[in-house]
Each structure stands twice: as C-alpha cells, then as structure tokens.
Design a protein around this ligand. Sequence first.
Ligand SMILES: Cc1cc2nc3c(=O)[nH]c(=O)nc-3n(C[C@H](O)[C@H](O)[C@H](O)COP(=O)(O)O)c2cc1C
Length: 176
Amino acid sequence: MNGLDVIRKRRSIREYSEKPISDEVLHEILDAGMRGPSCVNARDWSFIVVKDKDTLNKMADANGSPAEPLRGANVGILACGDLKRSFKGAPDYWIIDVSIACQNIVLAAAELGIGSVWLGTYPQTERVEGQKKLFQLPDSVIPHSLIALGYPKNQEELSLGSRSEYEPSQVHFEKW
Ligand SMILES: Cc1cc2nc3c(=O)[nH]c(=O)nc-3n(C[C@H](O)[C@H](O)[C@H](O)COP(=O)(O)O)c2cc1C
C-alpha cells in the first residue's frame, strides 16, 4: 500500500475483535509514532502502552463516555508530552509534536490492518487530570491523547472507501 492509500483508508474504528496485537506489531506502530517531525527535533513525547483490561477501563472512566471504545480495545496508548524534553524557547510546540506522533500511530495502524480511534484528552482539564492521577504522572508529563487499537470487528470498515473529504471551500489559492 502506498502512503496516500493509507491516508485514504484510515478512519476511526471503534469496535474490535478479540485477536491480540503482537508485541512486534505494536513496536512498529510506536516506532512510526516516534518518526514524526518535532520542533527542534525535541522528540518530546512519551507513551504509556496498556493491555490490561482493568486499566483500559480506568482510562475510559477518566475520559468520560466518548472514550467508550477503549473498553473493547486490545491495546490503549496514552500519548503524553514530556516537558523536560520540549523546546525551551517555545515549550507549547509539544502539543503539535505529540499530535503528529498520534497521527503517525493511527496511520501505521491502518497500514497494518489495525483499527484505531483517537480519543481527545488535552486540553480538557478533567480528562488530563484524570489520566495524570491514574498513572501517577510527574508534573512534567502531560497527557495529550488516548488511542484505542484493535483488529476491526468488521474488517470491511478498514478498506478504501468512497467517502470524499475534499472541501474546495476550505482551500484558498494565492489570497483569502
Ligand atoms: C483530537 C481528537 C479527539 C477525538 N476524540 C474522540 C473521542 O473522544 N471519541 C471518539 O469516539 N472519537 C474521537 N475522535 C475521532 C473523531 O470523531 C473522528 O476522527 C472524526 O469523526 C472523523 O472520522 P474518521 O476518523 O473516521 O475520519 C477524535 C479525533 C481527534 C483528532
């Protein structure tokens, strides 16, 4: 599959089969996350990888009802910013760096036939605080997003669809 096909194929998958994701495949997904660009190459991300069902449920509890897909996921990833590593001149770039890592993760998952859904956490204070408390994170580590992963219950969901997302009204050439 070429890169554009993966971009076209990816969509949020919220129901998963029981088939486990191997550690090798998980490593590939995380490796893709860490290959994204980051401001001054700070690589100011950090990931908590969870397979334990009880912990997945607690992560879902901390994020509220939009994070329900996590309960049936094989693996949940909490992507965090690691402020000790971020660009001192403008630390807020961590938010962009971690977003890119998350996008690489969901694209790599799609390439490998794994469904994923991105579950927003930052900047919603309650969710951020909930995940911080759950994982006892140091102050320098900020929860950014959860990503639920699993082989799709319905494999057809992860195929090149007919959905067109191009919106000409949102593109301006040369001037606004
Ligand atoms: C920052 C962010 C937060 C999101 N939060 C949630 C969420 O809490 N629950 C959920 O089911 N989907 C969540 N999504 C997935 C979006 O709903 C989804 O990407 C969007 O509806 C487009 O659908 P698609 O991913 O299938 O293209 C989130 C996506 C992003 C980028």
